[in-house]
Design a protein around this ligand. Structure first.
Ligand code: CP3
Length: 347
């Protein structure tokens, strides 16, 4: 009989398949939880929630207490880097992030090259607090946005359906655009190293908008920057464990994994199982990839969707997760149903 690991999440990342896949959810701290909504209202603004260590630590731990996930992810946002670079970043209720757009080479000339990491000290303090309070067998994940995805918000000043403003700037003004990317690469390396120092066990790089790029652009703006971040972090911390999430990468995933040297990739729900098994999971661990809508739907549809993920990937190294973040309208009972089914698996 296979020994059940005490630290299944870290063990999968170190190359050891687990008989019961470890499980957590992207955006597991968030609006589907009443205790989150309560603290969010008390904090005032979203950034106040992120930058008050006591609150950020509490919100990080809420889903762990409720569901006993195998990993906690520090509560913050990918847009704290532009904020620390001196850009204006606001979160308007129900509308998502708003930044001052930066879509001309002239504006890029004025971009700070070095973030004020003093502004991110509360994130480090929240990590220290969580690490103190968290069960030592539960992994703590630090994160940053991938340069491409962060740049899409910096250029457009907000999210857009296909991030056309950043794609356009990358074609029209590749030099100015690559300066933004370079600044984000350097500061993300420092930020991730700071998170490791503060107690993060694992790092995840979120490239939510990777899938809007054609292959040539994908290599330049998603793969290359991620590769530099991984190398920059490992130059200081050689055994740093890093998960990449190039959402929508599709057939580009094997190239991403090979070039970046991440320990795992997070895959979205549209991923094609045989491609993932034969050309991705044979090299690294895979994290994913339940459709968040199946989690909202619940019932037999949810059971079937959970079983599909397990059937597709649990014979290899798998971290069970969603294909993207959990949505605010998701019933808590459906999350419980999902976890119960995953933990009943023995493969
Ligand atoms: O996963 C977690 O529980 C940790 C916290 C976390 C948040 N954002 C909290 C958040 C993480 C890992 C992120 C990453 C993030 N932020 C990404 C990449 C991952 C992804 O989901 O695609 C992106 C693109 C952002 C930028 C961002 N932040 C957007 C587009 C929005 C608005 C959309 C939305 O869901 O409201 C945010 C706000 C945000 N970040 C919320 C949370 C819980 C909701 C804000 C609120 O509570 O009002």
């Amino acid at each position: 009989m296979t020994q059940i690991s005490q630290k299944p999440f870290l063990d999968v990342l170190s190359g050891h398949r687990q008989p019961v896949p470890p499980v957590w959810m992207m955006r597991q701290a968030g609006r589907y939880l009443p205790e989150y909504r309560e603290l969010r209202a008390k904090a005032g603004g979203f950034l106040d929630l992120c930058f008050t260590p006591e609150y950020a630590a509490e919100v990080t731990l809420q889903p762990i207490r409720r569901f006993n996930f195998d990993a906690a992810i520090i509560f913050s946002d990918i847009l704290v880097i532009p904020y620390a670079l001196g850009r204006s970043v606001r979160f308007e209720a129900g509308e998502g992030p708003r930044l001052d757009p930066m879509d001309t080479p002239e504006q890029v000339t004025g971009l700070a090259t070095q973030a004020d990491f003093g502004k991110l000290e509360p994130v480090y303090e929240a990590l220290r607090r969580v690490r103190r309070e968290l069960d030592p067998n539960i992994a703590l994940i630090g994160f940053c946005g991938a340069p491409w995805t962060v740049a899409t918000y910096m250029v457009a000043g907000q999210g857009t359906p296909d991030q056309a403003p950043a794609r356009m700037m990358a074609y029209r003004h590749p030099e100015a655009f690559s300066k933004i990317i370079d600044v984000l690469v350097e500061n993300s390396i420092q930020y991730l190293l700071g998170q490791l120092k503060a107690g993060a066990d694992v790092l995840q790089i979120f490239d939510t908008w990777a899938g809007v790029l054609p292959p040539r652009e994908f290599r330049r703006w998603s793969i290359e920057p991620a590769k530099r971040i991984v190398a920059g972090v490992r130059a200081q911390v050689p055994d740093a464990r890093i998960i990449g999430f190039p959402r929508g990468a599709g057939a580009m995933l094997p190239a991403y994994v090979e070039a970046t040297a991440v320990n795992a990739v997070s895959i979205d729900w549209a991923a094609e199982p045989s491609l993932i098994r034969e050309r991705v999971q044979n090299r690294v661990a895979v994290q994913g990839n339940l459709d968040p809508l199946a989690l909202i739907a619940g019932g037999a549809a949810l059971d079937r969707a959970v079983d599909d993920v397990l059937a597709n990937y649990a014979s290899g190294r798998l971290i069970f997760n969603l294909g993207h973040g959990i949505q605010p309208e998701t019933p808590i009972a459906h999350v419980e149903q999902m976890i119960k089914r995953v933990r009943a698996y023995r493969g």
